[in-house]
Design a protein around this ligand. Structure first.
Ligand code: UDP
Ligand code: MG
Length: 161
């Protein structure tokens, strides 16, 4: 899987609170309007095992059982999003973890009030993004395709970087 230049990839999970609150379309629209390319998209249920792996860095915290339970409240939608420096760009669009302090204009800043119910997950580094994309997508579920709007999303030298 190519993670270089404009093919850098990140993993977004649209969490159960967003599914319940009807925010899925709005969230996808924000990524599309930014000029990002959706190269993978599916609905799935998460189980204890994948959540323990995905949230290994918080698995020992007292709030982890609550997070695990919350993430299994409904199916989630996982997105693989591609673009130049996309990991950083999507973290900015996401906003900080504690949503009620997240910057207005970010997804969490505009749509959430909680630390736990914070609407989406987004990979926090390029290395974590690589591991997370592979965790949630099979190779044949990631699509490479021509996007005509790239003519006006990037300068030529950026496309060749
Ligand atoms: N979380 C929580 N309470 C906390 C910290 C984190 O419920 O005090 C949850 C929250 O849903 C967060 C997730 O655990 O999104 C993963 O935490 P992380 O620090 O990786 O935040 P994120 O990368 O999602 O901003
Ligand atoms: Mg995180």
């Amino acid at each position: 899987m190519n993670f270089h230049g404009i093919h850098e990839k990140t993993l977004v999970i649209v969490k159960p609170d967003a599914i319940q609150r009807g925010l899925l379309g709005e969230i996808i629209t924000r990524f599309e309007k930014k000029g990002l390319k959706i190269v993978g998209l599916k609905m799935m249920r998460l189980d204890d095992a994948v959540l323990r792996e995905h949230y290994a860095h918080i698995a020992d915290k007292p709030f982890f059982p609550g997070v695990s339970n919350f993430m299994q409240n409904s199916p989630v939608v996982v997105l693989c999003i591609e673009g130049l420096e996309v990991v950083e760009a999507v973290r900015l669009i996401t906003g900080i973890t504690k949503a009620r302090q997240a910057e207005a204009g970010s997804i969490r800043g505009d749509f959430a009030m909680s630390v736990g119910c914070n609407v989406i997950h987004a990979s926090d580094s390029v290395d974590n993004a690589k591991a997370e994309v592979v965790r949630f997508f099979e190779e044949n579920e990631i699509f490479e395709y021509y996007k005509s709007e790239y003519e006006f999303v990037y300068m030529q030298d950026e496309k060749e970087s």
